[in-house]
Design a protein around this ligand. Sequence first.
Ligand code: PMP
Length: 392
Amino acid sequence: MLGNLKPQPADKILQLMGQFRADPREDKIDLGVGVYKSADGVTPVMRAVKAAEKQLWETETTKSYTGLAGDPAFNAAMATLVLGEALSDRLSSVATPGGTGACRQAFELIRLANPEAALWVSDPTWPNHLSILNYLKIPTKPYRYFDGETRAVDFDGMMADLAAVKAGDVVLLHGCCHNPTGANLTLPEWRAVADLCEKTGAMPMIDIAYQGFGDGLDDDAAGVRLIAERLPEVLIAASCSKNFGIYRERTGALIALSEPAKREVTQGTLAFLNRQNYSFPPDHGARLVTMILEDPALRGDWQAELEEMRLGMLGLREQLAKELRTLSGSDRFGFIAEHRGMFSRLGASPEQVERLKSEHGIYMVGDSRLNIAGLNAKSVPVLASAILDVGI
Ligand code: PMP
């Protein structure tokens, strides 16, 4: 039976990590995989997470099952973090294994609710969106998103493509810090997307995996909150991997907003889907997140460290844009300082990305997505001169 299996396509980013590890050059630079790194190249356990783990070790008395939806306190804390308020008469929520688990459960919910739904995805989007949607045989439709010339959002193109959305379709949006481009919608643009969904009867789904990495915890959620206020039905997939630095704990939440009369059946369906896929969601990371969000001292320390990380990435963006302005004598790299979050798409050709790797030991994803957090003050000038050397 297992002899029937065919090899699955390898994950390009994991392949790139393998190549980076095998590269003997000491001055190589890893701008590939999407994890936050401090200036000395480590992905730290955040201080508040360490403190919460210590407290938890001392006080936890059981590791018995939680509920199918996870711990209600986690779901409430996440709803408040993302939405700013609990919206309790419309809100259903389950804990999931990471943001990926939240996306997967959301897609399954959509397929159950409307097997005819098409999912509109930004071109480009996080590759795993497409991979899971294809696996679930949910039809996808791309909408224009990134302008290769300006490296900003092609909002006219986006709205022109989304004009073909039908009632019952789903428009998938990135809440902030768009992966892989780093280009984000402005609030008036979010408003126009809300108008479009309202007019067409399409449901927005928002994947928010980097809250706190762009303009701050509240500003990064402004688009989600606007959509939540305007539309009767919204799905939100939230990840705690990046903003709590708990990647391997697999912590996330799927939040569904429905008409109040449909809340109970929506909540029941979310719990049902957890049951079908893995029963009880992982709890350790969720418990740490709840402790941090509920305890003023832990929360204060978490927010302070998250802010240090965010400002560090912004500083690197500004340094890189400035360095490139000086070296190139032009403003054409100004977009790097405009983008937000961990990623920027440089807009380089695959050949140029390959030359950065082979000639300069600089690793980034083939679509020229670079992880800003992989840089530090010393490597920024190295990257800037390499970018110009390969003719970007
Ligand atoms: N959505 C997007 C857009 C992402 O970039 C990521 C992380 N790469 C996720 C969801 C999910 O992250 P995780 O499952 O690690 O929480």
